[in-house]
Every structure is written in C-alpha cells, then in structure tokens.
Ligand binder design. Sequence first.
Ligand code: NAD
Length: 483
Amino acid sequence: MAQSRENVAAGTGIRRDFSLLIGGELVGSDTELDVINPALGTVFAVAPAATRKHLDDAVRAAREAFASWRATSYEHRAGLVKRFSQALRDRQNELAELLTREQGKPLSQSIAEIDRGAAQSDGMVSIEIPVEVLIDDAERRIELKYRPLGVVGIITPWNAPVNLALGPLVSALYTGNTAVLKPSPYTPLTTLKLGEIAREIFPPGVVNVLAGGDELGRWMTEHEGIDKISFTGSVETGKKVMAAAAGTLKRITLELGGNDPAIILDDVDPKAIAKKVFFASFVNSGQVCMAIKRIYAHEKIYDALCDALVEEAKKAKVGNGLDPDTTLGPLQNKMQYDKVREILEDTKRSGARILCGGEVPDGPGYFIPPTLVTDIDESSRLVREEQFGPVVPILKFSDVEDAIRRANDTRYGLSASVWTNDLERGKAIAERLEVGTAWVNQHRATSAFVPFGGAKESGFGRQYSIIGLKGYMEPEVISVAKK
Ligand code: NAD
C-alpha cells in the first residue's frame, strides 16, 4: 500500500491535503498510503505514512509534553476536551463526508458517529476520579490515588475510525497522559484531520497523530518510550500486541472482535422487534464489533421472525454512502470483501438456505447485499467465525438452556442480547451469558458512563466509565503512619 511520492500522479484530482501531527507541527513523509473509496474501488486520496523516525520524534514530543500536561488539573483538561468536541461538531459536515468517502458508511451514520464521539467525549470528562481513603484511624491514613501513566499509544481499526479514536484519546488526555494515535492504513484521513483540529486546542506534543501501515503499529507496541497501548482491532492482532507489550511491560487495553449472539424468546412479537434486530445486525454492513452476528430464535416464533427480518432486508438500500437514500454502504476494503464472500460461498456449499441476498453484484465497489441464512450447521464458518459483514445466520432452538449453551460456545465474549416481554426472565438469562455486556431488548447501546469491553478472547480491560479511565492510570497507595 505504501508507495513513493514520485509514483503518485500529480493533478489527478486525488486529495493530498493530509499531514502527520508531531510535536504540534504538521509534517509530510516521503512514503505515502493510497486511500481507496470502497464504494468505487479506486484511490481518491493519499496520506503521508510515518517512518520509524517519525514515530521516535512523536514519542519524544509526547514525553516532553507529558511533564507539564500531567501537572494541569482535571478541570483544565476537561475544558480543552470540550473545546475539541465542539470543534468536531462545528466541522461535522466536512469530517462526515470525508469519513463516508474513506470508510463507506452512509453519510447520516458518519454524522452520527461524530456526534456520538463528541457526546461521549463530553460525558467522559464529567467523570470524577476521587482519591479513595482506604483506612483512616488513629494509627494511619491510607489513600489510593491515581496518576497518569505517561505516553499512550492508540491503535485503531477501520470500521468506526472517529469514534474508536476519540474513546481512548479522550480517556488518555483527561487522565493526564499524552498520546500518539495511529489509525488503520485503510482509513487514515479523518483521523489525520482530527489531529489538525487537536493542534489548534492542545499544547504541542500532547496529541500526535501518525498514519502508517501495520508495521507502525508493531513499532509502537515495542517502543520503549510508550507506557500503554490502547488497541482496538482483531483478536489475532490483539494477541500480537499483548505479546509485544510484554517486552516493556506496557499496560494494555484490548478491544477486540466479537461473535455476538441474540437470543429471541418465544414470547416476543417478531414484527415488533425485527427493525431493531435487523439494524443491530446490519448497520455499517455488519462491520461493527458488537453487531449481532448470530440470531438464536425460539421455534415458536422462528418462521415469523425470519419473515419479518426478510421484510427489513428488502427495505434496505445498498449503495454509495454519499447517496442520501443509501442505508447500507460497501464493505470497507477488498480484504474484508473477499473474506465475507468466501464465508458466503462456504455457507452456500454447506447446503444452508439463503433467505434473502446472497448474490454479490459485479463491481465497482465492494458491495454485498444484506443476506439472511437459515438451516445452517452450528459448526459452519458463518456461525463459528466473526464474519464482520452483512451475512447473518438465524438458528432455531426449542429449549432455552440449549440456546444459552450454544450462545456461550465460542472463544469470543464481547456482548450479547436477550429479547423477551418478561424482563425478569430476560435478565436472568443475560446474567448467564459469558460476555462483557449483556443487553435485554436492545443491542449496541453504549455510554460514556458504562464500561465496555470483552470477556474471553474479545478483550482485556474496559473502555469508558470510571473503570475505563482508571485503565489509563497507575493506582498508587499513599500510606502515612500517624505516630
Ligand atoms: P486489525 O487487527 O487488522 O487492525 C487494527 C489496527 O492494528 C490497524 O491500525 C493495524 O494497522 C494495526 N496493526 C496490524 N498489525 C499490528 C501489529 N502486529 N501490532 C500493532 N498494530 C497492528 O483489525 P481491523 O481489521 O482493522 O478491524 C476489525 C476488527 O476490529 C474486528 O475484529 C472488530 O470486531 C474489531 N473491533 C473491535 C472493537 C471493540 O471495541 N471491541 C471495535 C471495533 C472493531
């Protein structure tokens, strides 16, 4: 993907107005990344790709800035974060259009991503992290305080580049750390623009943004000047990050993949829930860590639910995200497009029944229509793997104990949901699901005040809430003997 500057034809209408942010300066590079618009399958922009030297410079700048940044108050840092989130809102339309061009999602959802990111940023900086008094008696006073770690390296994926950058970035900054942020090589552009906006608000070196390939992520996880890695991405890469971080005992937060089940009980009205279940499965064309990726439906409502979901699929409009009618955009990149097509072919070969969709149109663009699958074996790739695309299996159960067992029979444990009119029963089942978040009658509902993260191989640590913020800090006991 990286190529030298000379190889990029000048005057082709390709956007080149992107820079790295290092120590408060906007910086170019001799190597660049081609950025493809997935709705067209063609390059529409190039971004500078950071070298090892750029990383060293960024880490040095972040370390230097840390000394004075950590000494500022929570209130001061919260004030700057709020200015930052307001600046994102002020430039929302321009950022959203760029996000749609590089990521593919419908424009309204790009706008919503920026809105949500700004709102969650404001929410996070309203959370207090008090000094905890553990013991205070005649003998001694023992306090538990939290101090920043230093330089946080943030590595993000391509499915929600703005939101997934803002969560860790704001957590790091608010708690007094400085940051080096690296977006996915597939979607570096909006994140680089976030860097330009941050440059107008935060002191030099507090926020550094470097685009680059996977090797840049690897260098970050090994770098001696980085104290923590906040990584969002696949389970496979997450394991590499954890192994590499061991060399310097970096703190890590890993937000990894999922294979979320939704268990639909026999007492629901399938028509009443179909819209929500469809949206939670197919939004962003299924490229959401916490999308519903397996639907377990009770036999009593199974056929009616299948019909209602097919009706929803028929209403979906697949197309270029810049077209205002589009509700589902393309897969974000060729690699993911090929992977989902492969899983679809495997599903068809296995004899499973395609209820709707299933036929991939010829290009241009990486489009796959919303596809619902039934009569599928539990051991098939579509059920076992994280498909991360718009192909979703509906599986039948007659005994809820069996549904719980099958829902839990996975190495993933990000989130799950139970759908029922009996809230107590729903809650009791939710409590038995081996996940970081179990919802009842909803899915994909997150908040700045609620910890989010994975159980099992879906992650390590949490993002958001006071628990998430403390993950960017070192607990320190201050123990004073009074006599
Ligand atoms: P990925 O793991 O391929 O890449 C993620 C990032 O890691 C990219 O920036 C990449 O350049 C970088 N990277 C690659 N190799 C690296 C290495 N050896 N060391 C350090 N960094 C490296 O993931 P992806 O395909 O970009 O994203 C999709 C995955 O992300 C899905 O599995 C999805 O479920 C997951 N995800 C999880 C969450 C969550 O909050 N749990 C949110 C969104 C996406």
